[in-house]
Structures are given as structure tokens and as C-alpha cells.
Design a protein around this ligand. Structure first.
Ligand SMILES: Cc1cc2nc3c(=O)[nH]c(=O)nc-3n(C[C@H](O)[C@H](O)[C@H](O)COP(=O)(O)O)c2cc1C
Length: 266
């Protein structure tokens, strides 16, 4: 059974006090062909981020539900964070994350980030808003600049869900999966739907099947530690780019330079 709960951010704040926020940071840059995001004796834990202001009643959340049904059929448990009910302010570009390893803004971003770090998988879900993700989700993505530079979600598996009025959706799904790669998450695919093609706003059987199988694939990949060569190639290229950037910025970004020296042998 799918267990989907709206996140309780106060509870999340309490639980993250007990966790090591950098538990993924000790891994070698030359990742093995299989990765583990933690203990696999229990069910896979998935966090979903929904960027739609329509929340759980929106088209995107309804399509996500089909993905979660597939994930639940392989035993996964999931919680969904609806960004419309959270406060994640836009990045101010202050560079504190690079300089000190922390964001000075006090809102819900840190709690959501730590929930992802405590999970095995991340599903990013957004409507098409003028050929991009929604502003709510983009704000979260921009706030992940420090996560990206230090590959903070490494070892997890991901997927993307997108709906649009008339299309396109694929380029937005690709963008979300590229975000996954930049944070160290291994994406397994995406599902998207053009609502104008859905009779009476209901997803067709074909779309529902694709969504269901995406959920199953996500859990299967986590269980087996599967790696896709195209993802490995993009990840390796991105890691090399980050290493060069952090080395170049060693004076300006001491936190990230120290982190790369300590954990990646820069
Ligand atoms: C501000 C805004 C911008 C949108 N831009 C596009 C667009 O560029 N292309 C498109 O096909 N649909 C666009 N749509 C339609 C939504 O993507 C579509 O209705 C989607 O399924 C809504 O998902 P939701 O119910 O989860 O919010 C837009 C809707 C809004 C409100």
C-alpha cells in the first residue's frame, strides 16, 4: 500500500538533529558500478517533491500517484512534500553555501533537504509553467547550489513526473533528471502527460501503465544497485567539471574546497 503523507516539517526538523547531514560525503569519486543509499533490509524510502500550486489535487500529483502505486507494489514507502504548503524562498546568491557550507535563510529548505538525505529515492514532479518547472520547484532547485557542488544526494535513485496543458513536457523531465545527476542521484526515467490528450482529464491506460512501471523501475534499480551507462557518463563529466570549478575557486569557497580535499582527494 502506498503510504503518502504530507510532510510535517517540524517533525522533520527534530529528526534531522539526530542524523549526520553529510553521511554520503565520504564516498570515493570513482564510484563503484553499484551504489547503495543505505540499509536495504527494509523498504525503499522515497521522497517526492511536488512543485504545483494545485497540491495533491493537481494533474501532476495525480500522475505521481500512479508512479507511487508502482513503487508500492515493490514494497516502497513514500512521503510527498507539496511545495505549495512549504516556505522555500528563492536563492539570494550570497554564496554562503560555498563559503561556509550553510544557507543563512531560515525557512523550510533545510528540513526538506534533510528528508531527501534520509531517503533512498527522490521523485521531482512539476507542471509545465511556460516551458519550465514551476517557480516553487525552481526555488528549491536553486537553493541546492551547495548540494550540487558537493554531490550531496549521492547514492540515491530518482525519477521525474511532468504534466502540461498542451506540451512539451519531455524537456522539463530531462531538466529534472539532469538536476538529479548534478546532485549525485541516479535517474531511472520519467513519465509525462499532455493533459489536452487525456480524455476528460483522466490519464489514459497507456500513461498510467508507464507511470506504474516507472515506480517499479525506481525500486528495482535501488534494490539491485543498477547503473545506466549514459548516467554514469554524464555524472563523471559533471564531477570533473565540479572538481575543476572548486579548484579554481579555492580562495573564494573555502568550505567546498576543504570538502573536496577531504572527501574527493582534490
Ligand atoms: C502559469 C502557468 C503556465 C503554464 N504554462 C504552460 C506551458 O507553457 N505549456 C503548457 O503546455 N501548459 C502550461 N500550463 C498548463 C499546466 O502545465 C497544466 O495544466 C498542468 O497539467 C497543471 O498541473 P497541476 O494541476 O499539477 O498544477 C501552464 C499553467 C499555468 C498556471
Amino acid at each position: 500500500m502506498t503510504r503518502v503523507a504530507e510532510t510535517d516539517l517540524a517533525e522533520a526538523e527534530r529528526s534531522i538533529q539526530k542524523k549526520d547531514p553529510h553521511r554520503t560525503q565520504g564516498k570515493s569519486m570513482n564510484a563503484a558500478s553499484k551504489v547503495s543509499a543505505g540499509d536495504k533490509s527494509g523498504p525503499m524510502k522515497i521522497v517526492c517533491l511536488v512543485g504545483s500550486p494545485h497540491g495533491r489535487r493537481g494533474n501532476t500529483a495525480r500522475l505521481l500517484d500512479e508512479v507511487l502505486r508502482g513503487a508500492a507494489s515493490r514494497g516502497a514507502v513514500a512521503e510527498t512534500v507539496f511545495l505549495r504548503g512549504a516556505e522555500v524562498r528563492p536563492c539570494r546568491g550570497c554564496d554562503r553555501c560555498h563559503i561556509e557550507g550553510r544557507c543563512p535563510q531560515r525557512d523550510d529548505f533545510a528540513a526538506i533537504r534533510e528528508r531527501i538525505m534520509a531517503a533512498d529515492g527522490l521523485i521531482m514532479a512539476s507542471p509545465n509553467y511556460i516551458n519550465q518547472v514551476s517557480a516553487q520547484l525552481k526555488a528549491f532547485i536553486d537553493r541546492c547550489c551547495g548540494v550540487i557542488h558537493c554531490l550531496g544526494f549521492e547514492g540515491r535513485y530518482g525519477a521525474a513526473v511532468v504534466t502540461s496543458g498542451g506540451g512539451p513536457e519531455k524537456m522539463i523531465a530531462d531538466y529534472l533528471n539532469q538536476f538529479h545527476i548534478m546532485t549525485g542521484i541516479h535517474p531511472v526515467g520519467a513519465v509525462h502527460a499532455t493533459m489536452a490528450e487525456m480524455p476528460d482529464g483522466e490519464f489514459t491506460e497507456a500513461v498510467r501503465r508507464r507511470a506504474f512501471h516507472l515506480g517499479r523501475r525506481l525500486v528495482g534499480a535501488w534494490k539491485t544497485g543498477a547503473r545506466y551507462p549514459w548516467v554514469e557518463r554524464r555524472m563523471a563529466a559533471f564531477h570533473a567539471r565540479m572538481a575543476a570549478l572548486i579548484a579554481y575557486r579555492r580562495q573564494q569557497w573555502p568550505f567546498e574546497y576543504d570538502w573536496w580535499q577531504k572527501h574527493r582527494g582534490l
